[in-house]
Design a protein around this ligand. Structure first.
Ligand SMILES: [Zn+2]
Length: 78
């Protein structure tokens, strides 16, 4: 018979922020043709791409936003 000892740990979760790294990344994807702005730290860069894309393809008017934000789990001390 094998015995195991389990230690119960409470966890907390918070945004994972690194100096010099963006808090989140933004991407806009065209709903019509799935073209993408690529991931951008600055939402305005993704938005500018969408304006340009609709300018070149006037029937492509809806976009899906994908936001990437890193999270980190840490044990609760105490
Ligand atoms: Zn498109």
């Amino acid at each position: 018979m094998t015995r195991s000892v389990f230690r119960y740990v409470s966890w907390t979760m918070a945004p994972h922020l690194s100096p010099g790294e963006p808090e989140m990344l933004h991407e806009l994807e065209c709903s019509s043709c799935l073209a993408s702005s690529g991931t951008e730290a600055d939402f305005e860069a993704a938005r500018a791409w969408a304006f340009s894309h609709t300018g070149g393809h006037p029937s492509h008017r809806t976009y899906r936003e994908v936001v990437v934000r890193l999270w980190r789990m840490a044990p609760v001390r105490g």
